[in-house]
Design a protein around this ligand. Structure first.
Ligand code: NAD
Length: 341
């Protein structure tokens, strides 16, 4: 039997999901005893014992359940559980009430019970979606510096909930001494993430479409809207570095500064497929006719602004978009082929 008494202990809320799964695996590799908590019964792509020592399936909207999973001292608690998805999930308006209600309940519970349990450190994953609409109108020159967040005007209810929950965790820090670290993630991608079904993000969606395509890859909007994308291993590294320092608590951006138009992202996926296919941009009435709702593209431009992170943590991400897409392509192509059998 493994001697668990001397191992540091980590709790990963939302560890059954994409980033949480990668993070849990990394913590296991570092020798932590890891408890994963998630509403789903198992990680979608990994066996539970590959990512943690103990997998607890349950609903963090329940105060009782949240209290019960914080029943022992933890050195590190990562709160990543959220009701979320890509543009097709958070920008259509269809899921606004669930997104706000479910995620806010989870965050209120985790803040309170982690505080009661006097956990040593707590990490909260906020999002670039908290930044105001009015600073992201110019696709080539968005401003997502941390200090630009007020006056607040996120373009989605998902962003408003994240901003509210940042404030909840900061208030627990001020009033109850909760040692919190907050990051605003900017579009994280990589293998073992959702790649179909409506909750997938742009990189996975482009790759899946390229796998499916015989003539065109459909891209929502004009394709000139810009974003940056960070590979998941870099995200996990940045998260752990932020968590384990005591210089500052954030909120701080974790993302890549390699901003590209969405059509360029699609072209990378097409090039990786090796197929002779074209981009088809769908927008306006054509989109409404096809899908029944306006095209959910989000802000015109968004890029991570990494000065605060780099200055405080002296670290920059290592993998460029093309290389990250190549690693992700191989994995999604395999899933796609398996699904067709
Ligand atoms: P994900 O959806 O893969 O993971 C979230 C996990 O939370 C899921 O496994 C889900 O089942 C779980 N969960 C949801 N409601 C729950 C509940 N009531 N009780 C217990 N578990 C619950 O998402 P992800 O991409 O891994 O993102 C992780 C975190 O990072 C989220 O908070 C997300 O908002 C944030 N974030 C992600 C990105 C990104 O690009 N992936 C960008 C910005 C912010």
């Amino acid at each position: 039997m493994k001697n668990t008494s001397k191992r540091k202990r980590a709790l990963v809320c939302g560890g059954g999901g994409f980033i949480g799964g990668h993070l849990s695996k990394r913590l296991m590799r570092e020798g932590f005893w890891v408890r994963v908590v998630d509403i789903v019964k198992r990680h979608q792509f990994w066996a539970n014992d590959e990512i943690c020592d103990e997998y607890v399936s349950g609903d963090l909207r329940s105060p009782k359940f949240t209290e019960s999973i914080l029943n022992q001292p933890f050195d590190e608690v990562y709160q990543l559980a959220a009701d979320m998805g890509g543009a097709g999930y958070i920008f259509t308006g269809e899921n606004d009430a669930n997104v706000m209600h479910n995620s806010a309940m989870v965050n209120l519970n985790v803040a309170q019970y982690a505080s009661n349990a006097k956990v040593k450190r707590l990490f909260y994953s906020s999002s670039a979606c908290i930044y105001p609409d009015y600073n992201q109108l110019d696709a080539n020159n968005p401003n997502c510096e941390e200090s630009s967040v007020y006056p607040a005007n996120p373009d989605s209810e998902y962003g408003w909930e994240k901003l509210f929950s940042e404030r909840v965790f900061l208030a627990f820090n001020r009033n109850y001494g909760l040692n919190v670290k907050i990051a605003r993630y900017h579009n994280i991608f990589g293998p073992q993430g959702t790649w179909e079904g409506g909750k997938e993000k742009a990189p996975a969606a482009m790759i899946r479409k390229a796998c499916e395509a015989t003539d065109v890859v459909e891209v929502w909007g004009s394709g000139t809207q810009t974003r940056s994308f960070m590979y998941v291993d870099d995200c996990v590294e940045a998260t752990i570095r932020l968590m384990r320092q005591d210089k500052f608590m954030g909120p701080v951006n974790i993302g890549s500064e390699e901003m590209v138009p969405i059509n360029e992202l699609a072209q990378i996926a097409i090039d990786l497929s090796g197929k002779d296919i074209k981009i088809y941009n769908i927008d306006g009435q054509d989109f409404i006719d096809k899908y029944g709702f306006p095209c959910p593209i989000g802000v015109n431009g968004r890029n991570s602004h990494n000065k605060l992170f780099n200055e405080n943590l002296n670290w920059e991400s290592t993998l460029n978009l093309k290389d990250g897409m190549e690693k992700t392509y191989g994995w999604i192509e395999k899933q796609y082929n398996l699904s067709k059998r």
